[in-house]
Design a binder for this molecule. Structure first.
Ligand code: PEP
Ligand code: MN
Length: 355
C-alpha cells in the first residue's frame, strides 16, 4: 500500500536530523516532570515525552499515574513552550490525551503487536490531525509493524513516523532488545518518506549504550531519536538503568556526528559498482554450478543412484570450510553458504528424478 505522508511539522522545531524527543520513561510526580522538563528546555530540547499509562510485564509494578499526569504535561507546555508526547494504548487514552492538548502520540511495542488494539486507536483518531509514531512490535515481524502503520494511515493520519525500539529475545546479552537493524532499514527502503526515530533507551537498556546506538541510527540516516531522560535516573520508578540526565543528554548529543548522506553516497559509488559486478559474477557462477548439478541429477536417475550421497557432501563441506578459512572467510559463513548451495542442488535433482 502506498503512503502519501506529510512531514511532521511542529512550529519552531527544526526538520534537520535528528528530531529529538526526550523525557522520562514515566511521569511520576509533578516535581519530577517539571524539573526534568525545565532542564531539558534549558538545553534546547523541543519535544518532551512522558509515559502516563505504562504497560507492565507483571502486575504490581508502577502502572503510570494516569490522567492526573496529563495536567503536568499541560503545565510543561505552558511553562517551557515544549511540545508534549505520550503513549496511547486504548481509545480512552487517545480521548484523554487529546482533551489535555498532547501534541504527539506514540503507540507502544506491545500495542503494535495487537491489531485489535491498533484498530481501536485508529478509530479513535478518525478525523484528528496529530503526528503519530508507531513503535515496532515486540516480535521481529515487519509486516505486523507495517500493518499497524497502515491502520493509522487509513484513519486519515498523515503525519506518521516509526520508532525502532528493538525486538525482544529470550537470551538477553548485550541489548535489552535486539536492534536487528535490517528490519527498520527494510522499512525505510519500502517507505522512503516515513521518518524513523530510534529509541536507544529500550534497545540498549543501559546508559552506556545510549550514545553508540544513537550514533548507529544516525549513520543509517534515521530522522530522529527518542531518549529517556530523568532529573534523577537512579530514583526513577521505571526503566531506571537506561535513563540519563538532561545534562548527559546534552553532552552526548554534542558528540554525535551527523554524516551527510549525499557525500557518503558519492564517495561510495565506485566501490558499490565493484560490488555489483562481483555479485553478478557470483550469480553467474552459481547458475553454472546448478546446471552441472542438474546434469548429475540426470545421470543419477539413469543409473538408479540415490540423490543424497552424504560422504560426497561431507567432503565438499570440509574442503570448502578449509579453503574458506585460508581466504579469511569464517567457518560459520562457509557452512551456511555451502549448506544453502547444497540444499538448492538437491532440490533441483529431486525435481529431475520426480519428472
Ligand atoms: C516506553 O517508551 O516507555 C515504552 C513503554 O516503550 P516500549 O513500548 O518500546 O516498550
Ligand atoms: Mn521506558
Amino acid at each position: 500500500m502506498e503512503l502519501n505522508l506529510e512531514q511532521i511539522t511542529l512550529e519552531g522545531v527544526s526538520t534537520e536530523r535528528p528530531m529529538l524527543i526526550a523525557g522520562p520513561c514515566s511521569a511520576e510526580t509533578e516535581e519530577q516532570v517539571m524539573e526534568t522538563a525545565r532542564q531539558l528546555a534549558e538545553n534546547g530540547v523541543k519535544i518532551f515525552r512522558a509515559g502516563i499509562w505504562k504497560p507492565r510485564t507483571k502486575p504490581g509494578g508502577f502502572e503510570g499515574v494516569g490522567s492526573v499526569g496529563l495536567n503536568w504535561l499541560k503545565q510543561v507546555k505552558r511553562k517551557t513552550g515544549m511540545y508534549v508526547a505520550t503513549e496511547v494504548a486504548t481509545a480512552k487514552h487517545v480521548y484523554e490525551a487529546l482533551k489535555y492538548g498532547v501534541d504527539l502520540l506514540w503507540i507502544g511495542a506491545r500495542t503494535t503487536a495487537n491489531p485489535f488494539a491498533v484498530q481501536e486507536i485508529a478509530d479513535a483518531l478518525e478525523g484528528v490531525d496529530i503526528p503519530v509514531l508507531i513503535k515496532n512490535p515486540v516480535n521481529p515481524d515487519l509486516e505486523l509493524w507495517i500493518g499497524a502503520i497502515e491502520r493509522i494511515y487509513n484513519a486519515g493520519i498523515r503525519q506518521l513516523g516509526a520508532i525502532h525500539r528493538g525486538f525482544s529475545s529470550y537470551d538477553k546479552k548485550i541489548y535489552r532488545n535486539l536492534p536487528q537493524w535490517h528490519l527498520p532499514v527494510e522499512l525505510k527502503r519500502r517507505y522512503p518518506n516515513l521518518p524513523i526515530f530510534c529509541d536507544p533507551s529500550h534497545i540498549g537498556g543501559t546508559r552506556e549504550l545510549i550514545q553508540p546506538i544513537s550514533q548507529q541510527a544516525m549513520d543509517l540516516h534515521f530522522e530522529g531519536l527518542i531518549i529517556e531522560t530523568h532529573c534523577n535516573p537512579d530514583q526513577a520508578w521505571s526503566d531506571r538503568e537506561q535513563q540519563i540526565t538532561p545534562e548527559f543528554l546534552k553532552f552526548m548529543m554534542n558528540r554525535i556526528v551527523i554524516r551527510d548522506m549525499a557525500q557518503t553516497t558519492e564517495n561510495l559509488a565506485d566501490l558499490r559498482t565493484q560490488i555489483d559486478q562481483i555479485d553478478n559474477e557470483l550469480l553467474e557462477a552459481l547458475a553454472r554450478r546448478m546446471r552441472v548439478s542438474e546434469e548429475i541429477g540426470i545421470y543419477k536417475k539413469e543409473h538408479n543412484i540415490t540423490i543424497l550421497q552424504t560422504t560426497r557432501y561431507d567432503e565438499i563441506l570440509q574442503r570448502g570450510v578449509e579453503k574458506g578459512s585460508k581466504l579469511g572467510l569464517s567457518e560459520a559463513f562457509m557452512r551456511a553458504f555451502l549448506e544453502a548451495v547444497h540444499e538448492e542442488s538437491v532440490r533441483k535433482q529431486m525435481e529431475i528424478v520426480s519428472k
